[in-house]
Design a protein around this ligand. Structure first.
Ligand SMILES: Nc1ncnc2c1ncn2[C@@H]1O[C@H](COP(=O)(O)OP(=O)(O)OP(=O)(O)O)[C@@H](O)[C@H]1O
Length: 237
């Protein structure tokens, strides 16, 4: 298993955001994290990538505990945070270069990574512009570029298509589908149609806990929709 999450829990100010969450993911699957606003998806993802320390529970990436190998986590995970902001003064080129170097890539490996990042975000048109000057969707694309550039075996993408125009939404879904044969992909989304067409498995969160973890095909109704299963397992939203 590339990703193993066991009994993760996190409280904020006495309130459980994530409560006893366990799941695993292997290469070749796209796992959709679904659930109402505040159900615990982003908090789970942040703990999974090592950005947030759980109160209890463990995350193992390729068998290693994440807190024992933060550099390894950087190298093997591509993470798109939910509100991807920051670095307004950097150009897209500088931002991707910084991301590549933070993952230890130099020389020709860095050049290949930059090309991959530019391709992933379809960024050629804004390569010399600063992140602060970009529209929200273009900024999201720059962050998609940094998530893909080191060709990581694990992608953790928090609502990756939200700010994108329809053409770019479709483009990114195709990119994720093509990449997934060799990667474990975890993607959170509120777009059920996206989960129906893109994901192999759905994990539904409800009030910090997992209420369902099943193949998408098992959750679809006879019209091929997730709507009913979602309502039953997510409870609201
Ligand atoms: N840094 C924080 N400080 C305090 N509370 C937080 C913090 N981060 C998350 N929470 C709380 O934890 C709970 C889970 O939030 P989380 O962002 O994980 O939900 P989500 O499922 O990703 O929601 P959404 O669909 O709205 O993005 C919420 O009640 C939220 O208010």
């Amino acid at each position: 298993m590339l990703v193993e999450v066991d009994n993760l829990a996190k409280r904020f100010g006495g309130k459980a955001a994530v409560d006893d969450v366990s799941f695993a993911a292997s290469a070749g699957e796209i796992v959709g994290l679904l659930g109402a606003n505040g159900a615990g998806k982003s908090t789970t993802m942040r703990m999974l990538v090592g950005y947030l320390r759980p109160d209890s529970g463990t995350v193992r990436i390729a068998g290693l505990r994440i807190e024992d190998g933060p550099a390894l986590a950087q190298a093997v995970i591509g993470y798109l945070p939910e509100s991807a902001t920051g670095f307004p003064e950097l150009t897209v080129r500088e931002f991707l270069t910084f991301a590549a170097e933070a993952r230890g890539l130099r020389g020709s490996a860095r050049r290949v990574a930059l090309e991959r990042g530019v391709h992933a975000g379809d960024l050629a048109a804004v390569y010399g512009e600063t992140l602060g000057s970009l529209s929200q969707g273009w900024r999201q694309r720059a962050w998609i570029g940094q998530a893909f550039l080191h060709d990581p075996p694990i992608l953790v993408l928090d609502e990756p298509t939200t700010a994108l125009d329809p053409g770019q939404k479709q483009r990114l879904r195709t990119l994720i589908r093509d990449a997934s044969s060799t990667k474990a992909v975890l993607i959170s989304t509120h777009i059920l149609e996206e989960a129906e067409t893109l994901c192999d498995r759905a994990i539904v969160f409800r009030e910090g806990r997992i209420s369902a973890d099943k193949p998408v095909t098992e959750l679809l109704d006879d019209r091929g929709r997730l709507t009913h299963a979602y309502q039953a397992y997510a409870g609201s939203g």
